[in-house]
Design a protein around this ligand. Structure first.
Ligand SMILES: Cc1ncc(COP(=O)(O)O)c(C=O)c1O
Length: 390
């Protein structure tokens, strides 16, 4: 099991401890800090490094988070929601659903919210389990394993299809595996961990071939980082293909991973089936933060610009070393390090940088999340030192 609790975290036994023993003095100081009035400027400031990195000096480039977030407008919305933390958030659901629908020229009935997009991945797996024992899921290898792991708990077996030589989903090979047991097909576009995309045309041609009783889930967690004009969202196709579910998240570009909100698009009928299986009820802080973040154009634009520029810097270094890599369309780069990734992770950790975990079929490749520009300045200097010279 490599993903945990639905998020793309990582564990490494050699990590230095991040926490310190809590003494009585620390506990008292902590309690005093909680009682002290919050400084709005501290809460609203955009950090130049991750809060955890500041606390531990560890640079976390292992979970594809966005350390620039939450956006200034989202931070203000979170703070403003505090006095209403005593109220249930029912009234805040519809405004966010409507805003998301508007962005795609869809109807709010097409939108389903989730506690992170992970909840929607889990719900899709539950739908796949509905038809009784023996159901199958088809997914790429490697891809984000959360849906496979969750589906397995409910008796749904996953048939994995190796990515092709270009590190992309092999859609024709995935299509060939469709049989009477197939209930669900998972397409992660861009794919985690390879960061590659399949084109919109190829994806629609594939969806068209899938029998309508089989669900197709397209995971667009990283769609905001796509620069390839041939690739892009298939959300607009949901009414054409009533078996299509498209999911997205506020955990990546919007930098709200710790607050947990994701969403999906499907026909109103399929959206209702997804909604019927929801377990979590959204909280007021994240609903307001997400709504505010959607309109924080200045933040979204500058964050995207920095991440794409730093992504190019990493790719240029990898290319200069003659190492193989996948063309990145996400907020992370996947490249060859010509040594076991476990050893490479240890080396990077010794330099205070945590990089991605091992992935199937790519034992000597590293998935590196793009952090802040300051973090990437340091990381690129370290990589220049530790990457093999061709
Ligand atoms: C491809 C993909 N989908 C979904 C998720 C889950 O994200 P969240 O539950 O935070 O929305 C992740 C997390 O890393 C991911 O990489």
């Amino acid at each position: 099991m490599s993903s945990k609790n639905g998020q793309d975290g990582s564990s490494l036994q050699t990590e230095p401890p991040l926490s310190f023993a809590i003494s009585r003095r620390h506990a008292l100081l902590g309690a005093a800090a909680l009682l002290a009035p919050l400084s709005p400027s501290a809460l609203l400031a955009t950090p130049t490094t991750t809060p955890n990195a500041a606390a531990s000096s560890l640079i976390r480039l292992d979970s594809n988070e966005n350390p620039y977030g939450p956006s200034p407008k989202a931070r203000a919305a979170i703070v403003a929601s505090i006095p209403e933390g005593c109220r249930y958030a029912d009234a805040d659901i519809a405004p966010l659903e409507s805003a998301l629908a508007r962005q795609e020229h869809l109807d709010p009935a097409h939108v389903v919210l989730g506690s992170g997009s992970s909840e929607l991945l889990h719900i899709a797996a539950l739908l796949a389990a509905e038809g009784g024992a023996g159901g199958e899921l088809i997914a790429a290898d490697p891809t984000f394993e959360d849906i496979e792991e969750f589906a397995a708990k409910f008796g749904v077996h996953t048939r994995l299809v190796p990515v092709n030589k270009a590190h992309q989903h092999d859609l024709p090979a995935m299509g060939q595996l469709i049989n009477a047991q197939t209930r669900l097909i998972y397409v992660c576009n861009p794919n985690n961990p390879t960061a590659t995309v399949v084109s919109r045309t190829a994806l629609e041609a594939f969806i068209k071939t899938v029998p309508s009783h089989i669900l197709v889930l397209v995971d667009e967690a990283y769609i905001d980082f796509v620069t390839d004009p041939a690739a892009g969202s298939v959300a607009k196709l949901i009414d054409t293909y009533p078996n299509l579910i498209v999911i997205r998240t506020f955990s990546k570009l919007h930098g709200l991973a710790g607050l947990r909100i994701g969403y999906g698009f499907a026909t109103p009928a399929l959206a209702a089936r997804l909604r019927a299986k929801q377990l979590a009820f959204p909280n007021i802080a994240v609903l307001r933060a997400a709504l505010a973040s959607l309109s924080d154009d200045t933040f979204l634009r500058s964050t995207l610009q920095s991440i794409l520029a730093d992504r190019s810097r990493v790719e240029a270094l990898v290319d200069a070393r003659g190492l193989a890599r996948a063309p990145s369309q996400g907020n992370f780069v996947f490249f060859e390090v010509r040594q076991p990734i476990t050893a490479f992770r240890k080396t990077m950790l010794e330099h205070g940088i945590r990089v991605g975990r091992p992935f199937n079929r790519y034992d000597d490749w590293c998935r590196l999340t793009i952090g802040t520009t300051a973090e990437m300045d340091h990381t690129i200097a370290v990589l220049a030192d530790v990457l093999p010279k061709a």
